[in-house]
Ligand binder design. Structure first.
Ligand code: SAM
Length: 169
């Protein structure tokens, strides 16, 4: 991790699954690669860095209901929610046409951003920063959650599209 490793601790590693084949059915989209050596890449890493590696997170904010409700009574908080775990299946949102895509090749699904913010925990004083803003999904979600955010983006066209998306929320 180099310099980053001196500043931050890797507290959680999450796998964002974009597409999965269960038995003979495929869910979600991915960009196929043209290779006789490599299989298609259908996931990305999400690294959760914190300053000391010991930051409390809000697991139930993105929790999932128990399949077996008997498990609820074994817990002290008695919520029908358990930890989602570190594998998140979140397909890309369906893009209908090129203008909707805003000519950005990698628009993250809003659910991915929302999970990260909710898991980290937020309140009215939270500020979110996305140093690789792209089409502005992070700030769209921040706006929807009612929290402040800012971002950095190199490409002027992507930035313009991000501003349009944020203004539309
Ligand atoms: C994977 S995309 C981000 C996608 C974004 N999460 C979204 O939902 O649209 C990464 C973005 O980082 C931008 N970028 C790359 N290097 C950068 C840098 N040094 N400073 C600011 N932006 C940068 C690219 O132009 C690109 O739009």
């Amino acid at each position: 991790m180099g310099r980053l490793g001196n500043l931050f601790h890797l507290q959680n590693t999450i796998i964002w699954v974009k597409s999965i084949a269960i038995d003979i059915i495929t869910y979600g989209h991915f960009t196929p690669i043209n290779s006789h050596r490599f299989v298609n890449n259908t996931f990305e890493y999400v690294f959760h860095f914190t300053k000391n590696g010991n930051v409390k997170i809000n697991k139930t904010a993105i929790g999932v209901p128990y399949m077996d409700k008997h498990n609820i009574t074994r817990k002290t908080d008695s919520l029908d929610l358990r930890c989602r775990g570190n594998t998140w299946f979140i397909p890309y949102e369906t893009i209908q046409n090129k203008s909707q895509k805003g000519y950005h090749p990698a628009i993250y699904p809003r659910q991915l951003v929302e999970n990260c913010i909710k898991l980290a925990g937020y309140n009215s004083e939270t500020v979110v920063c996305d140093p690789f803003l792209g089409s502005g999904t992070t700030l769209v979600v921040a706006e929807e959650l009612g929290i402040t955010g800012f971002g950095i983006e190199l490409d002027k066209d992507y930035l313009k599209y991000a501003e349009e998306r944020i203004a539309a929320v």
